[in-house]
Design a protein around this ligand. Structure first.
Ligand code: HEC
Length: 273
């Protein structure tokens, strides 16, 4: 492969990462053929970031007009022919059912379901997926083979969820406490004056910024960080804009040597610590 092919491949991957239609998860556990003559296929699109809550399951190559629903568990298993089914159950333990979301494969032999990552079904009630959790899904559906009614399963699909975007302690604090071009760290000036007192630790800086309104004479009332809304966050405005809504661009007398997009993405993802 030549360099330009590698380059355009990388660009295509970048473009994919920016859309919500990216494929996520891995298929596991073999499915038996259904009455179409082959096994069904399970997949998911969206994001593994729990904060974005963006997961859509899909199953295709199903018999036409077959009813079924997705099932889920954090435990993988391999149970051939459960309850007389023609398929294999690929999950065990605490199995949750999307029994309220029965879907038909219709004329295309395919189904999809947008799942709420913050409310996954389990026998004891709904629960929220946490970063680091691996959650498995499978589609269970009706089928008819040789005139007799049976059921079958898709392969399993495992999705490992991850953290809620950039965090203050890991991604933002290092940028505020680093030296900037022709200017010292933010905290040298903002440890004591300049309206904003960040203190000297990640915890003190976070507490001084998130959902806190400025009390300085020129920026009074503006909120430093509004979780989820970087456009109304004074911290972002003062760093990103050459002409901020009040006072001068920061760092005062220098150039920010960090990536201001990290600050933007951190705020957009909910400004977590
Ligand atoms: C050399 C000292 C100095 C440095 C370094 C500095 N600032 Fe400032 N900062 C000030 C002064 C003085 C003001 C008040 C005047 C103004 O708003 O322009 C201020 C104002 C601010 C405000 C508005 C505070 C308010 O309540 O009005 C924010 C937010 C801010 N700075 C963020 C930063 C960040 C983030 C950095 C590091 C990238 C930084 N500053 C680096 C001196 C500094």
């Amino acid at each position: 492969m030549n360099a330009s092919a590698i380059y355009s491949g990388a660009l295509a991957l970048l473009a994919l990462a920016g859309t919500s239609s990216a494929q996520i998860g891995n298929s596991y556990c073999a499915a038996n053929s259904n009455s179409t003559g082959g096994p069904s296929v399970i997949s998911a699109t969206g994001s593994t970031d729990v904060a974005l809550n963006d997961v859509t399951l899909a199953c295709s190559a199903l018999p036409l007009n077959a009813f079924g629903y997705f099932v889920t568990s954090q435990t993988q298993a391999f149970i051939p022919g459960p309850g007389g089914s023609s398929g294999n159950l690929c999950i065990g333990g605490n199995i949750g059912r999307y029994a309220g979301n029965i879907v038909s494969s219709g004329a295309t032999g395919s189904v999809s379901l947008t799942v709420n990552v913050a409310a996954l079904p389990a026998p004891t009630g709904n629960y929220a997926a946490l970063p680091g959790d691996t959650v498995n899904f499978q589609f269970w559906h009706r089928d008819a083979v040789g005139g007799s009614v049976t059921s079958n399963f898709s392969p399993g699909l495992e999705i490992t969820f991850d953290s809620a975007g950039p965090t203050f302690s890991q991604d933002v604090w290092p940028l505020l406490s680093q030296p900037n071009i022709n200017a010292p760290e933010c905290i040298i000036c903002h440890g004591s004056f300049g309206g904003l007192n960040l203190g000297s630790t990640p915890a003190s800086a976070y507490a001084a910024l998130v959902n806190v309104a400025s009390s300085s004479f020129n920026c009074q009332g503006s909120i430093y960080v509004v979780p989820g809304d970087f456009q109304n966050s004074l911290l972002y405005d003062k760093l990103a804009s050459p002409t901020p809504s009040c006072g001068s661009q920061m760092p005062f007398g220098g150039t920010f040597s960090g990536d201001v997009n990290v600050i933007r993405d951190w705020i957009a993802a909910g400004a977590n610590f």
